[in-house]
Design a protein. Structure first.
Length: 360
């Protein structure tokens, strides 16, 4: 009889334990509800931030974000379906805004990116109208100046890739092309997001049609002093191994695209149409190749390493030594007021852009 009582007691205890803990199906239902509410908060907050950036240029996004979090908390507390509807409505608003916005040249752009150049090539003559040549001063101020210049296309003998890594991470950078016209000097192409006065650049805004795309042809002294004069800012000028004929073909292509921008504004895009992908696409077009995105283009702070790996950087040095050799920011600061800063920052390096490769 005693064992029977014990067994009865154990059976009873098992029954009580089972009643006190939720069944697996109940636990799964609760976990799914938690995940659903979490997704509501994340998606709603992301849509609200996008709307804030698009509508208010970044100034209204905290209000939208607070609204999104409040809606998410309601969804967390009550089992309702209206937050999902709000998420859908918010994202549809984002898509609608992106669809109806059109790029324009008629905005209050920042002074240094307010004027687009126009170029013409007739036979062997390149004429640049509205070339930027600001007078830069050591205190960060400048005197705006645009001018007209003429170059001889057949004298275009090489090109350097200028790389300015971002301060937060060297995985991302601003890149420019410096075209070498020999005794006629260098002409820099900088492809940029055109920000309005008071706007600041941001990766999310760069993906949401907030900035127009601009092609700027700049005197190299202007380009180097604005990019490399800040203390602690690294700047590199990598000579590219390419035949002059190929460099001239790439130059013709980017000139044609720059002139197209004058008649048909385009949006800047942080991945598809940025300072690097645009000229890489031009190079691949000249070579008759389809445009391909890869890691060293998206993370363009790595592009010099990638080009060095396939022999396009004009040097026989290992990459780390080449990187140090072609670093020019100290020289830019030292020769800030030198009219011939282009030669000064390249003193002592091997001849750039020699023949033997097919592409920048």
């Amino acid at each position: 009889m005693v064992p029977s009582a014990v067994e009865s007691s154990n059976a009873s205890g098992s029954s009580l334990d089972g009643a006190s803990s939720p069944a697996p199906r109940v636990r799964w239902r609760r976990a799914r509800a938690v995940v659903r509410r979490g997704l509501v908060i994340v998606l709603f907050a992301a849509a609200a931030m996008c709307l804030g950036i698009m509508v208010g240029g970044g100034r209204w996004w905290p209000i939208f974000l607070a609204w999104a979090i409040a809606g998410g908390l309601v969804a967390w507390r009550w089992h309702t379906w209206w937050p999902e509807r709000f998420v859908l409505a918010a994202w549809l608003s984002v898509l609608l805004w992106l669809a109806v916005r059109s790029p324009s040249h008629d905005r209050a752009f920042r002074v240094d990116i307010s004027v687009l150049p126009e170029l013409s090539i007739a036979d062997d003559t390149v004429h640049v109208t509205r070339l930027r040549n600001f007078e830069r001063f050591a205190d960060g101020t400048f005197e705006p100046r645009w001018e007209d210049r003429t170059y001889t296309l057949s004298k275009l003998r090489g090109v350097d890739m200028i790389v300015e890594p971002f301060a937060l991470t060297e995985l991302v950078a601003h890149t420019m092309l410096s075209f070498d016209f020999g005794d006629e000097g260098r002409l820099v192409l900088s492809i940029e997001a055109r920000m309005e006065t008071g706007e600041t650049y941001g990766p999310v805004a760069g993906a949401l049609r907030q900035f127009e795309l601009g092609y700027f042809f700049i005197d190299e002294r202007d380009a180097l002093t604005v990019r490399g004069a800040k203390p602690g800012q690294a700047l590199y000028a990598y000579p590219i191994r390419a035949d002059p004929e190929h460099v001239q073909a790439v130059f013709r292509r980017v000139v044609a695209e720059a002139n197209e921008i004058l008649n048909q504004p385009r949006w800047y895009h942080i991945i598809l149409d940025n300072c690097t992908t645009v000229w890489v696409r031009a190079v691949q077009h000249v070579r008759g190749e389809p445009f391909r995105l890869h890691r060293d283009i998206v993370l363009n702070g790595r592009i010099a390493r990638g080009l060095h790996g396939i022999g396009v950087i004009d040097t026989d040095l290992p990459f780390e030594q080449a990187r140090e050799k072609f670093r020019i920011d100290d020289a830019v600061r030292e020769h800030f007021d030198d009219p011939d800063i282009s030669s000064a920052v390249r003193a002592g390096r091997e001849q750039s852009s020699g023949p033997g490769a097919d592409a920048p």
